[in-house]
Structures are given as C-alpha cells and as structure tokens.
Write a protein that binds this ligand. Structure first.
Ligand SMILES: [Fe+2]
Length: 402
C-alpha cells in the first residue's frame, strides 16, 4: 500500500518512513544513488598517489583513492568479475587494487590492468575471445572537492557543489572549511539504533539541546536563553543551527551554583578559544547525510551511513588546521570527549534516538508532530522545527511522496 502523507504537510511525518523497507530501498535509489553530493572524506586523508580510504555512498561501499596524476577517484568497492569487495583495509597506500578472489587487478584510475591465467594454464583454457578488458573497469562515481572536503555522486548530471548548497549554506560551509588545509586528528565510528533520518533530524532540532543535554545546560554551552538561530536553505534540504554559548568561567560558575552546585574538575573541557564569527557552535546538515559540526573548538565531519531501516553507522572525522598551534589541536581533542559513542553529550542522543525508533516500530500507523514554529524557512530563535520541516519538504519531492 502506498505511503500516505498527512494533509497537514510537513507538520506531520508518518512513522512508517523510519521502519518501512520499501521506503528505505527507495531512499537508496532516489537519494543516495540519485542527484546528491555525498561526503566521502577529506582530501588530506589521501594525500599521496596511491593513498586510499574505504567509505560509503549511501550503503554502497566505495574507495576514495588518489591516482598518480593527483586526481581523486571514487570507485564502488566491488570487483566487476564476481562482485567481491576488493579493498579490505580501512586505509592504506597501494600501487594497484587487487581483488583477493581471483586477483583481477585495477590501476589507480580504476582500469583493468591484469589477471592471472588470462591465456590459460599450459595452453589450455583462459579468457575467451569475448573478454575485453576495457569493459571491466571499476565503477567510477562523479567526484568534486571544495576546500579539502570530497564529495561523490552516482549522478553525472548533477549541479556543481557550489550551487547544490545555496549561498547561505555555502557561507557556513566555508566558515569552517575555508581553504586552510585540514588535518585529521582522530576518527570514531559507532552504530546508532535508529533510522538515518532520525539522526539527521536530531541536529536540525535546536531546542532538544537545551532540554535533553544536561551537560550543555549545566555548563552554559547550549541553553534556552542563549542566542540561537536556524538557517534553512531555499529548497529546505540543508540547514545550520547556530548558537552562542555563555561559557566564560564566571558565567559558568554562576549558573553552576544555581544548578545544584555542579562544576567541572577540569575546566579545559569547555574552555573555548573564539575562532569564527557568528556563534560559538554551528551544526550544519548537508543533504543527504553529512553533519559538519563546530562546537566550541571541536570540529568534526559526522557521516551518517544508512544501515537498514532501524540502524545507522556514524563515522566521526575530527579535524583541525594544518597551520594551527599544537595547543589548539589538543583543545580540539579534549573537546571531542563531548561527542562520539560515549561522549558527554552525544550519549544522550544515541539513547533517545534508539527509543524514538522503538516508538516508530511499536506504532507503525502513527505520525510525529512538528508544530514548533511555522513554515520551512530560517528563524532567529531556537523554538522551531523549521529545519526538520524543510528537510521533509525536499524529501517528499525527491521520494515522490506527495
Ligand atoms: Fe542532541
């Protein structure tokens, strides 16, 4: 039965979109294999010719690799012979990609470059006259890079990245990824027991941060009385939450006194060195599944990989700038303790998203309610769900769910 979307538009979302296999399959084809730029990594992760990392576009395993000319290539991690996964290491450097099954080999440009026993053994057997090596390249994706951040698409008919993000989104992307060389300072990976969209919604939802996250509230990083705004791009698909913390020591201590005398033994966890204009935190969601996070001095790419209807994998790439002082890098690493699988803040989300998924599963005919604020555009306060409604405005179009 086709999925029915409520007449109330984006103010309601049917719970089935978090649980239905048919919807999930359609998302993989219409979104992740459609006209989307999907985050695949930082170019500094594959700096030298032959450097590669494994990652995903949607649920499709891919390899990001730099060839001898310095070009970045993204290939489906699948041997065109019998379909086995070619690359098994998370990262490395190689001169050639070789499938472990029958040792078909491919160049760094993805072209078939050889195989054992092509002409048979002792003059017997081998590949037939119908085998043409040029027909058996690795499947290559369309690749683009902006300021050291690499995106790939199954579509070769997609608009350039700088119009894929509208000017406001692009300005927030460039705010952190400005062209200064990025350096990776850590990686984390974990599974969240919820549909990938619940994870994306979570960071489009500004007011949960001041309610659910006790750590944020108690130590002044994100509270309801702070200056917060929500920027939504014109199509609705991408957005950014911008907040300004009141984290000076005096302020934090004053608030902490009021709140059961909580204080940090190590204040460095939230000590912040102002780096950017417009807020002390900006959490951007780039359609479909990248979260570009700046919270205090912590910078991270959070890549949300769909993993069936009721699970997603989050890969966190923490980064800084190559030319920054070591002290700042250390501060970023320290603040990574707020995030990740057991971070003082993210742990709340991991748990609440899992029980939200259970709610969808237990009541498949229900709807979720998005009545905070009106419409799907930018707002200069936090008591709004406009960024989530914007996401679903775009989502319904691309999924043909009218
Ligand atoms: Fe949260």
């Amino acid at each position: 039965m086709p999925l029915q979307w409520s007449k109330k538009g984006t103010r309601r979302v049917p719970s089935k979109i978090y649980t239905c296999n048919h919807v999930y399959e359609k998302e993989l084809s219409n979104i992740f294999r459609g006209n989307t730029w999907n985050y695949v990594g930082l170019s500094s992760e594959v700096e030298k010719p032959g450097d590669y990392i494994q990652t995903f576009v949607g649920d499709v395993p891919v390899i990001l690799i730099r060839d001898r000319k310095g070009t970045l290539n993204v290939f489906v991690n699948r041997c065109p012979h019998r379909g086995a996964k070619i690359c098994h290491n998370q990262k490395g450097n190689t001169k050639v990609l070789v499938c472990p099954y029958h040792e078909w080999a491919f160049s760094l440009e993805g072209k078939f470059s050889g195989m054992p026993f092509r002409k048979g053994i002792d003059g017997k057997g081998g590949m037939s006259e119908f085998f043409h090596s040029t027909e058996h390249s690795l499947q290559a994706l369309n690749v683009t890079e902006r300021h050291g951040v690499v995106f790939a698409s199954f579509s070769y008919d997609i608009e350039p990245f700088d119009t894929y993000l509208d000017p406001v989104m692009l300005s927030y992307f460039d705010r952190v990824c400005s062209g200064r060389k990025l350096k990776v300072i850590g990686k984390m990976q974990h599974k969240v027991n919820c549909n990938w969209k619940l994870q994306i919604e979570n960071v489009k939802d500004p007011f949960h941060a001041a309610l659910l996250h006790s750590f944020f509230k108690n130590f002044g990083i994100w509270r309801s009385d702070q200056k917060t705004s929500v920027k939504v791009c014109s199509s609705g698909k991408s957005s950014v939450l911008v907040s300004t913390a009141s984290f000076t020591k005096a302020e934090t201590e004053k608030k902490a006194e009021k709140k059961a005398e909580l204080s940090l033994l190590d204040q460095r966890l939230i000590d912040h060195q102002r780096e950017y204009e417009h807020g002390t935190g900006a959490i951007m969601t780039l359609f479909p599944n990248l979260i570009l996070l700046q919270q205090l001095n912590c910078l991270a790419m959070r890549h949300v990989i769909p993993d069936g209807t009721d699970s997603c994998i989050k890969i966190w790439t923490f980064f800084g700038y190559e030319d920054e002082p070591e002290e700042l890098t250390k501060r970023r690493l320290l603040q990574a303790n707020l995030l990740g699988p057991s971070g003082l803040v993210t742990i709340d989300d991991n748990e609440i998203l899992a029980v939200t998924q259970e709610g969808a599963k237990g009541s498949p005919d229900s709807e979720i309610v998005l009545e905070a604020g009106v419409g799907e555009s930018s707002e200069d306060h936090m008591m709004t769900e406009s960024a989530i409604r914007g996401f679903y405005k775009y989502y319904r179009g691309v999924m043909n769910l009218e």
